[in-house]
Design a protein around this ligand. Structure first.
Ligand code: DLL
Length: 435
């Protein structure tokens, strides 16, 4: 038996979804053109008028928006309604440049929470569940989004926010949490912390986890599923499009359904901006079809991804996106070779290490260096130098096979790499400091 939060939409036919999208886009383009001078200028420069957009097929005529537009327009330049109609802001966790501020009307909050509710139901949630929300609450969208979704489903919501791991574990165990929402790196840390306190995976009541906000590999999924004794579901979103819930995983655990009644997705060639056919790998671009306060049209996410319309066994008809294969700006170019941190994570977990690692890239004598610090578990730890050297050599070989370049591996003592409570910082690129 499959469960849906809004079955009539989630299982609608392709024609029905297209009809909804076509109706919404015409209204939305008009709304933006009339209320957002910044975007009106971009449309005028491109020679596109609102009447040129009659269906989602015409979206490709519209200009793109990117993070730099959002920074330029900070704080109110992309606001499409009177501030009096807004009830909330959220903001990106970005560490560089100006923050991005997104605005919400009550209708925007409702729509966003519906999207998160769909994700919770797809992960097996219903009224009887106890949802532990361990994403950060505050400007970050993770806490608020899943919290609102959990209320909509009617679950008992534990608004934990991130951090204070002792308290997380106490509430998880004492209040019988059944669904955990957190970043995958924090979920892994909670799993590790439970084991340290002598709990086995079957001692908790958790059945599912809804994890996202950062890239994580299939190997990481399996590792978390084992340590917590759950099924781990992916969830995707970004502040600019509301937050989590733009796309969510179902019981197939093979890609995330995009909430197409609210978000129209395109894959483009990041260099030319050309729209690519279904199944191609490229940059994910979203158009918010019915957001009122902050309705971005053709927003370039910088996430690299593939879309597929293969039939899904869960019965949902929404298009699926694969796990983002790294952001175009997360890709490291080391001695001319493209390296994604996810490739490194895959090798580490396959070789039996924990997901506690740090990648350091630097430039020494005009040549790039790649150092990977990998933490050993207490049971793996050895103080015999030759044992560690042999391990480092084996791991370096496996990395070279995957990446095409050989890193320097440093096995380090248990607990020496800082744990993350939110988005993990895995990469330190020191070259940026020299530039
Ligand atoms: O991370 C929203 C969110 C909260 C999503 C909780 C899921 C769960 P931002 O902080 O604006 O918003 O960061 C958005 O994070 O462009 C991706 O690069 C990355 N990201 C988000 N979800 C995933 C995921 C939130 N499931 C940026 N897998 C996005 C990989 C993800 N990357």
């Amino acid at each position: 038996m499959h469960h849906y939060y809004q079955p009539e939409i989630e299982t609608a036919s392709r024609e029905e979804i297209l009809a909804i999208q076509n109706e919404k886009i015409v209204k939305q383009v008009k709304h933006v053109y009339e209320n957002v001078p910044y975007y009106r200028d971009l449309m005028d420069k491109k020679g596109v008028k609102p009447e040129d957009v009659k269906s989602v097929d015409d979206i490709k005529k519209l200009p793109f928006l990117s993070k730099s537009d959002l920074r330029e327009a900070y704080p109110y330049g992309l606001l499409a309604t009177d501030l009096k109609n807004c009830v909330r802001i959220h903001s990106t966790s970005g560490t560089t440049g100006k923050r991005v501020v997104a605005f919400y009307t009550q209708a925007d909050v409702d729509l966003w929470e519906d999207c998160c509710a769909r994700a919770i139901v797809a992960a097996g949630g219903d009224k009887g569940d106890v949802v532990q929300v361990s994403y950060g609450y505050g400007l970050f969208t993770g806490g608020a989004g899943l919290h609102g979704g959990s209320h909509k489903v009617g679950c008992l919501t534990l608004p934990m926010s991130s951090g204070n791991t002792d308290r997380q574990i106490q509430f998880m165990m004492d209040l019988n949490a059944t669904i955990l929402c957190a970043t995958p790196s924090y979920a892994a840390y909670l799993g590790e912390s439970l084991a340290e306190r002598g709990y086995k995976p079957e001692d908790n009541k958790l059945k599912a986890g809804i994890f996202g906000a950062e890239p994580w590999t299939e190997e990481m999924r399996r590792s978390i599923e084992q340590s917590l004794g759950i099924k781990a579901y992916d969830i995707y979103g970004l502040t600019e499009t509301s937050g989590p819930g733009v796309a969510f995983e179902c019981c197939e655990q093979k890609g995330m359904h995009i909430n197409e009644d609210h978000f129209y997705a395109e894959i483009i060639d990041p260099d030319t901006g050309e729209v690519l056919p279904e199944g191609s790998k490229g940059e994910l671009v979203f158009t918010a079809l019915d957001k009122e306060a902050f309705p971005l049209l053709r927003y370039r996410t910088r996430d690299i991804c593939v879309l597929t319309r293969e039939k899904c066994s869960c019965g949902r008809t929404f298009v699926k996106m694969c796990k983002p294969m790294g952001r175009s700006d997360d890709m490291l170019i080391i001695r001319g070779v493209n390296v994604f941190p996810s490739q490194i994570e895959t090798v580490l977990l396959n070789e039996g290490y924990t997901p506690n690692y740090q990648i350091v890239v630097d430039r020494v004598n005009n040549s790039d260096t790649l150092d990977i610090y990998v933490e050993l578990e207490a049971s793996q730890f050895s103080d015999i130098v030759s044992v560690n050297q042999a391990r480092e050599k084996k791991l370096a070989g496996a990395m070279r096979t995957m990446l095409g370049i050989g890193p320097a591996i440093h096995l380090v003592a248990p607990k020496s790499i800082a744990r993350s409570e939110g988005k993990a910082v895995r990469v330190i690129d020191k070259r940026k400091l020299h530039d």
